[in-house]
Structures are given as C-alpha cells and as structure tokens.
Design a protein around this ligand. Sequence first.
Ligand code: ADE
Length: 238
Amino acid sequence: MRVDVVTAFPPLFQGPLSESILKRAQAAGHAEIIVHDLRAYAFDKHRTLDDTPYGGGAGMILKAEPLFACVDTLQSQRRYDEVILTSPAGRVYDQNLAKRLSMMGNLIIICGHYKGVDQRVIDTLVTMEISIGDYVLTGGELAAAVIIDSVVRLIPGVIGDGESMLTDSFMEGELDCPYYTRPPEFRGMSVPEDLLSGDHKRVAAWRARAARMLTKQRRPDLLTDAIEDAEHGRRKRK
Ligand code: ADE
C-alpha cells in the first residue's frame, strides 16, 4: 500500500512513522508512506498556504491552489483509491473503515488545518472526509497519523503473529478480554485459575466470557451493533 500525506507540517510525522510497527512495515515494503510538504506547492513569493475567509470571521483557511497543485501532481503519476481529508466534519472513524482502507492500494491523505479548507478542494478533490472523534484537534496531522497507524497494522504480514491482529478488540464487534502475565500472584492479586490451567478450551471459554462481560459493562452499544449487523446479514441473504 502507498499513502501520500499532504501537510503544512511534515515534522509532525517524524515520530509516529519512524518507530515500532510502522517503521518495520515500511522497511519490509508493506507500506510506502510519503509525506509531502504543502509549502513546496505554494508558488507565490511568500509561499502562502492560508488566507482569511471571505465574509470575515476568525481563523485562517487553507488555500485551494497549493492543494490542487500537489494533488494534481500526485494524480498525474498514479491512480488513487481515495483522497481523504481529515476534518472534524467527516464521518467518524472506526475499525470497519480501517479494514476497508487497509485493502486499498493508493491513498492520499490531506491534513486539514487552521479553521478549515477552501470548500472547492472538498467539492472537487476530496472523496472522503474522516473525523477521528468528536473533539477538535489543532490540525489534521495527528488524525492522519492515527488513520495510518490503524490501517497499516491491518495489512497482511505487517504484524508477525497474525493471531494478535485477528483477535484485536473490535474485530469481533466486542472489546478484548483482560490479559495477565507473570508472576501468577502479585501483591495478593492472583491470575484467574482458568488462564493458568494449560487447558486451551478452558482458556478460550474464560476469555469469551470475560470479553462479553466487559463489553456489556462498558460498550453495550457494540453488542447491539453486532446483533443488528447479524440480523441485517440474514435479511440480505433471504
Ligand atoms: N481536525 C481537527 N479535529 C479533527 C478530528 N477530530 N478528526 C480529524 N481531523 C481533525
């Protein structure tokens, strides 16, 4: 998969992209992530990226020209599956969307910034707006890093132990169960016996029960969604 990130603040990506799983995924050729400095596409004397909104008001708007110049250049080189804009006005991101994006070949992610982006960019270039949650970030860069992280780890081969990805929280529409590691007793707290039993069936049953209980307590909405999906699936198959 190739991801082209368009941003006015390239240094914000240095940390997230150069550590841990994202670093390995790139080194192994599973993901190619290229960060483009939007300023390189601002052709006026002062390399201006933003301007005040027509009609007045506070805040600055990311200008159309540099974004069009950058995206046009990229699209003249290859076909992209989606041109994503990170924005608090986008559809709210979740694991299902992460799965869908992880199956794509080429993505552009434009990082929204300042007060907003010229609407002509959204109307013409952008195919999908994504919000990572109902709160406002200072810019779309951290949101783009979240999207890239959650998508790249789903690409087959990126996570060595394939199991750990398939049993992720949310993969089955539930939260993941609690985990313990050595020692079996710590400050008077013991690890549940089923987990120490060495009996795979007992372990699996304990984990299924614990995951269901945690989901019921914390995120009952996930269980409702899963039931509705299953019912919808049955209806569709009829
Ligand atoms: N830009 C500012 N806030 C954002 C959010 N919650 N998600 C995506 N992009 C954003």
